[in-house]
Design a protein around this ligand. Structure first.
Ligand SMILES: O=P(O)(O)OC[C@H]1O[C@H](O[C@H]2O[C@H](CO)[C@@H](O)[C@H](O)[C@H]2O)[C@H](O)[C@@H](O)[C@@H]1O
Ligand SMILES: O=c1ccn([C@@H]2O[C@H](COP(=O)(O)OP(=O)(O)O)[C@@H](O)[C@H]2O)c(=O)[nH]1
Length: 923
């Protein structure tokens, strides 16, 4: 029994992982207590009976499958009290199909049958939640009376119907879901035959799909209560997360895909590819059966939508959608217990007598082209062909449950399978026995369990399958027989049961035939070993565990998102910045160049391979207002950029401003000469060797390029394939650390799509005191600067420029301002020695006046540190308080700046506003 004694409770978990592990542990102990208690109370039979009883169609009436027995409730309530929750969390499970299908028996009477399919089987494991199901009951109910009666009947099963009319079902379910998405997600491509007709009907089917999703959303919204978790399921409802979030941003929404998610190369053939991805990304958490499916989804988002893929998920404009793998399982106990039921035992006996003297092979599938039924039967034929001695010693029982019978492809498949089975039975059958028993219908639960139990070899040959629960169920029922599982490597289950199963490529009939021989002849000890492995997995990775983990992660994800949102700086209040600008008398405006004053890199251009122009150009709309700012005698404008001098000369030569090139290493007023601000940092002996490495990677990474500047080298892959670019970047770094820069005075700065090697100690923040000093000296400034605006799309390392002006920070030289960012990660191998000692030396040098000779011009440098930034009377140059300093990062989500702007288009707006302030003050 669980105890409520808080003194004994384990320490509060600190991380998500710790919490998940603890919850898992608690669930396990909870479940074993539950088993013990239930058995001691003798109550489990009622649950068993309820779950398994019913007529031959699998119908049920006696108990509420979704509620479980009272003992379950008591213990789970105890568990939740222990966790500090007072009541069960309500879960709205939304799936196309309800766990029950309705059959109309009269005007107001309905008969409910359990629906067949892996999704339903798996979700029956959601006993630990106060669950409500929302879905389609598989039937058209045009009349009001029938609808009300069905609602009432379903309410007793905690189910809520979505009423879809025939036309919608035809276009949405048969059309878009089962004729387009289903084959595509299973690598069967878009419909090939009658392509024109399909292409023509595509749009109307997609419209129906969106409409149907909206209808599901309306029902969810109607029943939603604050705090509920909404769990959307499968490819039928990819639009649902978007519809729900549009209605209520605070709703906790998860989406889980039960099918594979194909390679992005397949997904990109779909005309509505982007809309679907974006709609799913509205969810807080997106789950898949396997890591591969999750990886493909992230790839599709990065390649097709041009979004940022992170180890956590996919990020779009600061919103993170978590993507993860949650392999489904089954309620294994339910199968194990079922084997002891008299009804099942009777079936077992019957089957054993019926097939005495023959090995039993079993296939259980919906009659779907993804299940590879023709391939399976052909492989069995080949086996019989090559092994005459087995012909009267083995039988294949194939249960082929009719499914989606309104879709022409499925109708064709049925005739095809019948034709092959007939031919083989004709070829190898005798007057008294046939090698293949083919059933075109479903079995009830006891019959299915009995079949699993008597089977010697189960044959799962899916061409693709999200998971395949039949393989799990077979394993759960084989505790005594320890039969062999032949399993397609293209089923998700191959990743979990691969070690115990005999894996096959179902397209390779010869291999499958050979595997049948291998499995039939396998020695007992090998069978036992393999079985044990799989049995352990199936009994520990249950559907309860799966659901609880998903919901728990969803809860966590939402909390984390709230915390993250709080940490994101707010958007720059442009009006406020402008008002403060007009109130001030001596202003300093520092602007970055790349992605601040240039036109935004068009994500579409990047995706579709259209590189417009690699050369940086000032945004055409900012030119005029920028000129006005520069011409204002109370405003000093500095463009502070990583670009080299020639680029700044070319773009800003005609403005009256200051140019700080190469992160501030070089400085000039546009009316004067270039000078070098930090000559002591100009140790450039490493350039040639780094250049070789950059050249090598540029040649091997299509659409990447590198820039050779005077104090830095930048390898940029923003136009290249993102994933490949990242891999190459990792490799490039390894090469650098272990080779050319292992002993050089350089800093390596990683951007989101670039790698930069620059002279050590050069950052925008470290340059700014000198820039400022020079400006003060040059302009003969004698009144304090009472307004600073610092806007840029700066790399993390250069964000020290924002903190330099922070009035709240102690007035120190910028190099000694503690860097709030974590130090760059270094690979374990060949990491360069710490540079702190070297840096110290250089920093002390930095306050010594020096003569620099670079770029052919000798300039006498007068360094200044912020401490010494004082006016004639000794007062400070900077008169900054909370309301006259605006630092702002452009196109970043995490920053040390006080504010954010989304893109350079917003910078244009800002500069325009400032220039308008000048106009109005003149007039
Ligand atoms: O509802 P239907 O159209 O009749 O189809 C039945 C279900 O088929 C699919 O099941 C998948 O889910 C299983 C559990 O996650 C998984 O093991 C299997 O590999 C999948 O094929 C479909 O995804 C469901 O939505 C259908 O209800
Ligand atoms: O006659 C049958 C045949 C199959 N099933 C169930 O249908 C599900 C099939 O799930 P699977 O994941 O293997 O494939 P899906 O049909 O969902 O693609 C399993 O839980 C089976 O127990 C059933 O209830 N009755």
């Amino acid at each position: 029994m669980l105890s409520n004694n808080h003194n004994n409770s384990p320490p509060t978990p600190r991380t998500r992982l710790e919490r998940l592990l603890r919850e898992r542990e608690l669930r396990r102990s909870n479940r074993s207590s539950l088993n013990e208690e239930a058995h001691s109370l003798g109550e489990f039979n009622s649950y068993d009976l309820f779950s398994f009883s019913g007529d031959s169609c699998g119908s049920f009436n006696e108990e509420d499958i979704l509620e479980g027995v009272s003992v379950v409730k008591d213990i789970i309530d105890g568990f939740q009290r222990l966790e500090g929750r007072t009541s069960k969390q309500r879960l709205l499970v939304v799936a196309n199909r309800l766990p029950v299908s309705a059959v109309r028996k009269g005007k107001e009477t309905w008969h409910l049958e359990i629906s067949v399919g892996g999704l339903v089987s798996a979700l029956l494991g959601l006993k630990e939640f106060e669950a409500r199901w929302i879905g389609w009951a598989g039937v058209n109910v045009p009349d009001e009376v029938g609808q009300r009666a069905l609602e009432k009947a379903l309410a007793e099963k905690k189910c809520i119907p979505v009423f879809l009319d025939e036309e919608i079902v035809h276009q949405y379910y048969n059309g878009y879901c089962n004729n387009i998405l289903w084959p595509l997600f299973h690598y069967l491509g878009l419909p090939q035959e009658d392509r024109l007709a399909t292409t023509r009907s595509f749009q109307s089917q997609f419209d129906a799909y969106k409409k149907a999703n909206k209808m599901f959303a309306d029902v969810v919204n109607k029943h939603y209560e604050e705090g509920d978790v909404v769990w959307c399921h499968d490819y039928h409802l990819m639009f649902l997360p978007k519809c729900l979030k549009e209605h209520n941003r605070k709703m906790k929404v998860g989406w889980f895909l039960h099918t594979p998610f194909p390679s992005s190369e397949i997904h990109r053939t779909l005309p509505s590819r982007s809309e679907l991805l974006r709609a799913v990304l509205a969810a807080d958490l997106v789950g898949f059966h396997t890591y591969d499916y999750a990886r493909h989804f992230v790839s599709a988002c990065t390649r097709i939508l041009g979004l940022e893929g992170t180890p956590e998920g996919v990020e779009d404009q600061g919103k993170l959608t978590r993507i993860a793998a949650f392999p489904i399982g089954i309620d294994s106990d339910r199968f194990i217990r079922a084997l002891k039921l008299p009804q099942v035992q009777d079936h077992i006996k019957e089957l054993q007598e019926r097939f005495a003297g023959r090995k039993v092979m079993l296939g259980v599938d919906r009659l779907d082209m993804i299940k590879g039924i023709p391939q399976k039967i052909l492989a069995f034929e080949k086996f019989l062909e090559e092994n005459p001695k087995w012909r009267d010693k083995v039988v294949l029982l194939q249960i082929a449950v009719p499914t989606r019978t309104d879709v022409p492809e499925y109708q064709k498949l049925t005739s095809q399978v019948h034709e092959i089975v007939g031919r083989i039975n004709g070829r190898f059958g005798t007057l008294t026995a046939v090698p293949i028993h083919h059933l075109d219908r479903s079995l009830d639960f006891p019959a299915l369990c009995a079949l699993y139990a008597v089977t010697d070899v189960a044959l799962v040959t899916s061409l693709r399958d999200g998971m395949n629960l039949v393989s799990y169920e077979f394993v759960a029922c084989q505790a005594s027989k320890k039969g062999v599982l032949i399993l397609s490597e293209f089923a998700g289950a191959a990743q979990s049961l691969g070690a115990g199963a005999v894996l096959v490529n179902p397209w390779n009939i010869t291999e499958v035939a050979a595997s049948i021989g291998y499995a039939l002849n396998m020695e007992a000890d090998e069978r036992e070993r393999r079985h044990l492995h799989n049995f352990m997995h199936v009994t520990t990775h249950t559907s309860q565990e799966w659901a609880a983990t998903f919901v728990s992660e969803l809860n966590d994800t939402v909390v984390e998102a709230q915390i993250r949102t709080r940490q994101i700086p707010p958007l720059l209040p442009i009006n406020e910045a402008a008002n403060s600008y007009s109130r001030s008398h001596n202003r300093l405006v520092i602007l970055g160049f790349n992605a601040t004053l240039t036109e935004a890199v068009d994500a579409l251009g990047r995706r579709c391979g259209q590189i417009r122009d690699m050369d940086l150009k000032v945004h055409p709309d900012v030119r005029e207002p920028l000129k006005k700012l520069c011409d204002d005698r109370n405003t000093t404008v500095v463009v502070l950029s990583g670009s080299d001098r020639s680029v700044l000369d070319e773009n800003f030569g005609q403005y009256n401003m200051w140019l700080a090139a190469e992160n501030g290493m070089f400085l000039r007023p546009t009316k004067g000469e270039w000078m070098t601000t930090m000559p002591e940092n100009l140790h450039m002996d490493w350039v040639e060797s780094v250049k070789h490495v950059f050249e090598y990677f540029t040649e091997r990474t299509p659409r990447s390029h590198f820039e050779l500047r005077e104090t830095s080298l930048v390898w940029n892959y923003k136009y290249a394939d993102v994933e490949f670019g990242r891999l190459q970047a990792r490799d490039l770094l390894q090469h650098l650390w272990t080779g050319p820069i292992s002993n050089a005075s350089v800093d390596v700065v990683q951007g989101s799509r670039s790698v930069e090697v620059r002279a050590v100690g050069v950052t925008k923040g470290s340059a700014i005191d000198r820039i400022l000093g020079e400006i003060v000296r040059d302009k003969g400034i004698n009144k304090p600067i009472d307004y600073v605006l610092c806007v840029g799309h700066f790399l993390a390392k250069d964000e020290d420029v924002y903190t330099f002006f922070e009035p709240d920070l102690p007035s120190e030289v910028p190099q000694t301002v503690p860097n709030p960012l974590p130090p760059p990660k270094m690979p374990n191998n060949g990491a360069p020695p710490p540079k702190s000692a070297r840096l110290k030396k250089q920093r002390s040098l930095s306050i010594i006046e020096r003569r620099a000779n670079s770029h052919g011009s000798a300039v006498f440098w007068r360094p200044v540190v912020q401490d010494r930034l004082s006016l004639h009377e000794g007062s400070s140059v900077l008169d900054l308080k909370g309301d006259n300093y605006f630092s702002c990062a452009v196109g970043r989500k995490r920053s040390n700046a006080r504010y954010l702007l989304v893109s350079s288009n917003d910078v244009v707006k800002l500069v325009k506003e400032l220039s308008e302030c000048l106009e109005s003050s003149v007039s």
